[in-house]
Design a protein around this ligand. Structure first.
Ligand code: ASP
Length: 584
């Protein structure tokens, strides 16, 4: 038997017993006449002691010869520790070793296996198995397990059934690019990895499963942005015979359960906001509502003077930064540089200092008098001592820029507190979204989303105004879930494809199976999918999803540990009927 106890288990009540422990050597302190070893496993650390007086000589030598991360097994007596360590659950005891077996040696690890390691990100990714030995990474994985168990228990208790859907499916447009898999048996044909099990979960509803969920990998070949993973996990859910209200209530229930169970936080009910309101008040469809700095629109109070920049703008909008009047000129210049960065893209920023004596000092004093600026302060909710930051230009772009500034300022001011949770439903999303590149409308959520009742007609006259039965769940400024009520009528679905620019042939080739199914008694249905990685990170008080994934890809989409993606050899290519046509 390798062990009778784990390394986090022994307490003073065990003193006098003989135990067997196994684990990794975390640390060795060798004083010559005495050697202490910290033995580590997933559960904790137990101190081992070897001493000249009580330990045979060759065992002393074995102890001295141990290196960091050696795997050992020891048998010995639990004794009281002379200098107790109150920071360690096992800190009252140590093991006087009677037998030791070196189960495996170890090279010196490339970074220290400690909470604060000296290893950089790349190195830790390359040796992820060593990184996982560190308690912050390990505890994140255990935390993730706890969250997924809570999800499974909750949904299962509400009659949801976890059903697996296939990974080798057919390429369908769903917003992102598909990862494709060549089929050896079918020359020139390809599977695609699912971007989500969307159509399958709808077919499960047609199949009468009624309530489905799945904790499932999804794959999207998107251009990589920081903290995006090409493969990620969803809690994917679908329900039959539901309206939007039923879905929101069910998954508000799940989210409340998680916040209670995992974080001990009780939230009575989640606020709701329409998409339009979120854009107007926060310039963002996933607003962080833990802090204020709401947008104040200034067109009316700023477009009556000779300031051309504002007069020609579609939108002039500002936020009041609490106590921002403390900022030095230099600090304000830094903010201006920040909004002018290409990633944000503003051309400049107008600001107003709200002095303590009730007067204003702005960067556009040439054009605006105190009365004008007082109206700006009123519109942005600014008080004496605040700083008003104003951006202008194309409405959509300006909102996005000011939203970015709002988030940056909140970050700088420490307003994004990880232990404070502010969920929010954003509802009534537009059905369609204008795409500059292709110059046409695309489904904002996906083509299976149903418009609000009675709005199908608007599609022709004012497509941008059509609202969908689509909703997002936002937590602390992150979209953690999104879903919709689906179309379940063949005619409407084919009209939608037609509207989205699919020819009848294309629609049939790609989604014929779904429309066929709709002809056999498809129930009304709807659902949602949560991004598990992000959800776990936020519940864990962090925002980096990589830290909660056992074997993540780096920012370039590579697994640097196994070195993937990688070329395949010619025989394999031949078998797959593929020929490489490399550009370089
Ligand atoms: N399949 C959708 C997604 O991945 C979620 C849903 O509509 O349920 O975003």
């Amino acid at each position: 038997m390798y062990r009778t106890h784990n390394n986090g288990q022994l307490r003073s009540g065990d003193i006098g017993t003989t135990v067997t422990l196994s684990g990794w050597v975390q640390k060795i302190r060798d004083k010559g006449f005495m050697v202490w070893v910290d033995l580590r496993d997933r559960y904790g650390i137990t101190q081992l002691i070897f001493d000249e007086e009580r330990t045979p000589k060759e065992m002393m030598e074995t102890a001295s010869g141990l290196g960091r991360e050696f795997v050992i097994q020891v048998r010995g007596e639990v004794i009281e520790r002379e200098s107790k360590n109150p920071n360690l659950p096992t800190g009252d005891v140590e093991i006087l070793v009677r037998e030791i077996t070196v189960l495996n040696s170890s090279l010196t690890p490339p970074f220290t296996i400690e909470d604060d390691t000296d290893g950089g990100e790349d190195l830790r990714m390359k040796y992820r198995y060593l990184d996982i030995r560190r308690s912050p990474v390990r505890s994140n994985l255990v935390f993730r397990h706890k969250v997924t168990m809570a999800v499974r228990n909750y949904l299962s208790g509400k009659d949801f059934v976890e059903v697996e859907t296939p990974y080798l499916i057919k390429s369908t447009p769903e917003g992102a690019r598909d990862f494709v898999v060549p089929s050896r048996m079918n020359e020139g044909q390809f599977y695609a990895l699912p971007q989500s099990p969307q159509t399958f979960k709808q077919l499960l509803m047609v199949g009468g499963m009624d309530k489905y969920f799945q904790i499932v990998k999804c794959f999207r070949d998107e251009d990589l942005r920081a903290d995006r993973q090409p493969e990620f996990t969803q809690i994917d859910c679908e329900m039959a015979f539901v309206e939007q209200e039923d879905v929101l209530n069910t998954f508000e229930g799940l989210t409340k359960h998680l916040l209670k169970e995992i974080n001990g936080v009780t939230i009575d009910s989640f606020p709701r906001m329409t998409y339009d309101e979120a854009m107007r008040r926060y310039g963002n469809d996933k607003p962080d509502i833990r802090f204020g700095m709401e947008f104040g629109e200034l067109n009316e109070v700023a477009q009556h003077k000779d300031f051309k920049v504002f007069n020609s703008a579609e939108l002039v909008v500002g936020i009041a930064v609490p106590n921002g009047n403390n900022y030095s000129r230099k600090e304000i210049d830094k903010l201006i540089d920040w909004v002018k960065r290409p990633q944000v893209g503003a051309l400049g920023m107008v600001y107003v200092r709200c002095n303590d004596d009730g007067t204003y000092k702005s960067s556009v004093d040439k054009f605006y008098d105190q009365e004008d600026l007082a109206a700006w302060a009123e519109a942005t909710g600014a008080n004496a001592g605040d700083l008003i930051c104003v951006l202008s230009g194309d409405a959509a772009k300006t909102r996005a820029q000011l939203s970015a500034l709002r988030m940056e300022l909140a970050e700088q001011m420490g307003l994004r507190k990880p232990d404070e949770f502010a969920p929010l439903w954003v509802v009534d999303f537009p059905l369609l979204e204008w795409d500059e590149e292709t110059e046409r409308y695309h489904a904002m959520h996906h083509p299976f989303t149903s418009p609000k009742p009675g709005q199908m007609e608007l599609l022709k006259s004012d497509p941008g105004a059509v609202k969908a039965n689509a909703y997002d769940l936002v937590l602390n400024g992150n979209e953690i879930g999104g879903g919709s009520i689906r179309i379940h009528d063949k005619e409407i679905q084919s009209k939608m494809f037609d509207y989205l620019g699919f020819t009848p042939e294309e629609a049939k080739a790609q989604f014929g199976f779904l429309m066929d199914a709709f002809q056999y008694g498809a129930p009304p249905h709807g659902g949602i999918a949560f991004g598990l990685d992000r959800l776990v990170a936020i519940l864990g008080g962090q925002e980096t999803i990589r830290d909660f994934i056992a074997f993540p890809k780096n920012n370039a989409g590579r697994d640097v540990m196994i070195d993937a993606p990688a070329p395949i050899d010619h025989e394999q290519l031949d078998e797959l009927h593929l020929q490489l046509n490399l550009k370089s």
